[in-house]
Design a protein around this ligand. Structure first.
Ligand SMILES: [Zn+2]
Length: 324
């Protein structure tokens, strides 16, 4: 069915938290570490400024949320000794934030800041590609996919990556999203990642993302350092990419212009996820199970991404009861 993504009223929030929300829908990976995490709340829709909250058990979390019926609820990706002071940092989840409204080249006709079924589907495609790299190339296994309300969060809790610094996270993001030109003279330019990754993994990954980006390009796309003529040539020859990334290189584009294109493409690949979120060790993210009040959708832990459909699985009951 199609659902209009409009804000929830205060009354609808109340109904949702009273009748539908259950603390047991907060994922285990959060409930198991409740006392190490900082919680934050946005009560009036003007940002999460009620911070430094800590809950000693499910019951206290449940009571707080049932009583406050917040506009938005968040919890830290970080584990702390003293979460109520944000001090004694232990480790943080590795996070990828794919917001449908921020996908660099969308195939829908959404206005800026809006999302629709089509770009939400594109966000899901991107998330599946990210998951494949994390499990295939990095061998990570504790990968949780969350529908955030307007896109997806990938939250990784493998101990191997949870103590990674911001810098190492930055490298991982670049690897995972194919946002760095492969440097063939220098082990593909990922010295610090060598222990993690399989040989030749990066060029393959870079190729995959770059193809994805080029196949989605439109006449109106803006690429750094790529003029209209070059963009037209890329669009004209992009069918040559079906075999490999070098197909276009062999067309009339030529080596110098090809390098310009690939530079621009790698910069677009970088915007597939919000890098600021990934490198911020103290970020708070929307608490799965709670309401995204701006669009009236539930942030939801996804059990099976292949069959997950936000318009079936993340719509609160009150939306179906609207009669306008
Ligand atoms: Zn859209």
């Amino acid at each position: 069915m199609s659902v209009e993504l409009k804000p929830a009223s205060k009354y609808e929030r109340k109904i949702f938290y009273k009748e539908e929300w259950n603390v047991k829908d907060v994922p285990d990976f959060i409930r198991n570490s409740l006392t190490s995490r900082e919680f934050g709340f946005d009560h009036y829709g003007n940002g999460p400024n009620d911070r430094y909250k800590v809950f000693v058990d499910d019951l206290r979390l449940k009571r707080f949320i049932k009583v406050k019926q917040p506009f938005a609820a968040y919890c830290s990706v970080a584990f702390y000794d003293k979460p109520n002071q944000r001090k004694g940092w232990q480790k943080s989840e590795l996070v990828f934030d794919v917001d449908a409204k921020d996908i660099p080249i969308r195939t829908c006709d959404c206005a800026e800041g809006e999302v629709c079924e089509k770009c939400l589907n594109q966000a899901k495609e991107i998330v599946l590609m990210i998951r494949d790299v994390l499990s295939g190339d990095f061998g990570l296994t504790n990968i949780n996919l969350i529908y955030s309300g307007r896109g997806y969060h990938v939250r990784v809790l493998d101990e191997d990556v949870m103590d990674a610094s911001s810098e190492l996270r930055g490298d991982i993001i670049q690897y995972v999203t194919g946002s760095k030109l492969p440097d063939l003279s220098n082990e593909y330019g990922f010295n610090d990642l060598q222990p993690f990754i399989i040989p030749f993994g990066y060029p393959k990954n870079f190729t995959r993302w770059s193809k994805y980006t080029i196949l989605h390009l439109r006449r109106s796309s803006k690429l750094d350092d790529v003029n209209n003529q070059l963009l037209r040539d890329v669009l004209k020859h992009r069918n040559l990419l079906q075999e490999d990334l070098w197909g276009m290189f062999r067309s009339n584009i030529g080596p110098i212009r090809y390098k310009k294109v690939m530079n621009a493409v790698s910069r677009i690949n970088m915007q597939i996820t919000d890098t600021k979120v990934s490198i911020d060790l103290k970020r708070i993210l929307r608490l799965p199970s709670t309401l995204h009040s701006k669009v009236s959708m539930k942030s939801t832990l996804i059990k099976n991404i292949e069959t997950f459909d936000p318009f079936d699985d993340a719509v609160p009951k009150f939306v179906y009861e609207r009669n306008d």
